[in-house]
Design a protein around this ligand. Structure first.
Ligand SMILES: [Zn+2]
Length: 218
């Protein structure tokens, strides 16, 4: 039997460690004061997304253990890590009074093609654990991404903003009408994907939109 390795530094994990070793856990760039009005997500999405609350577990830096962690999550199929991070952030959110404040947790959907290659969405565990902690419903079938081929057609004919507007759509819009929604994503850099999701959710009549991400670029 091979021992499980730390997602950040690849040393063998001890029996009571999950996904991340104790050393890395203490070294990871945790996002402190995440209810601050000038959260980086608010800055990134300013003027584009009408946002209620935004939270991130970590800052993203282009080197170091946080980059290894995101890589493990995205490309190495480390599903246990996704659940573990959801449990971590979920507990922080409960401590901050979020329990029962959210109706539905939605993951940013993958491209169909990528989903077929990987067979899993890397934020699924993250979203499910947060939903469990907050007593909310996790749903990965309502918010959908249009297929690549269709997007390609739009790109040739329409302006960029219209491409963004047509990227995602909500199936069964009535289900989300007047609901408090928490959208979950892994790493946010430009915010373009979140903006596109927001436009679809706004069309569905969502009451307020909150965002939780594993990491956000500084
Ligand atoms: Zn480690």
């Amino acid at each position: 039997m091979f021992p499980k390795l730390c997602a950040c530094c690849e040393t063998a994990l001890l029996k009571d460690e999950t996904s991340i070793c104790t050393f890395c856990r203490n070294e990871l760039p945790l996002y402190s004061n995440f209810f601050d009005g000038d959260h980086d997500l608010h800055k990134i999405l300013y003027g584009r997304v009408l946002l209620d609350q935004a939270v991130s577990l970590f800052y993203f830096e282009k080197k170091g253990i946080i980059q290894n962690l995101i890589h493990d999550l995205k490309y190495k199929g480390n599903e246990e890590l996704s659940y573990h991070l959801g449990e971590w952030l979920g507990e922080l959110l409960v401590d901050s009074g979020w329990k029962n404040k959210i109706d539905v947790v939605l993951p940013v959907p993958l491209h169909n093609q990528r989903f077929r290659q990987r067979g899993y969405n890397q934020v699924e565990g993250f979203g499910k654990e947060i939903a469990k902690k907050l007593s909310a419903v996790y749903n990965d079938t309502l918010l959908k991404r249009r297929s690549n081929s269709k997007t390609q057609v739009f790109k040739n004919r329409l302006a960029r903003t219209e491409v963004v507007q047509n990227h995602f759509y909500v199936e069964k819009q009535a289900v989300l009408s007047d609901k408090s929604v928490l959208l979950v994503d892994d790493l946010v850099t430009t915010g373009a994907t979140l903006e596109a999701c927001y436009l679809a959710l706004k069309d569905a009549g969502v009451n307020n939109l909150n965002i939780a991400t594993i990491a956000v670029s500084k």
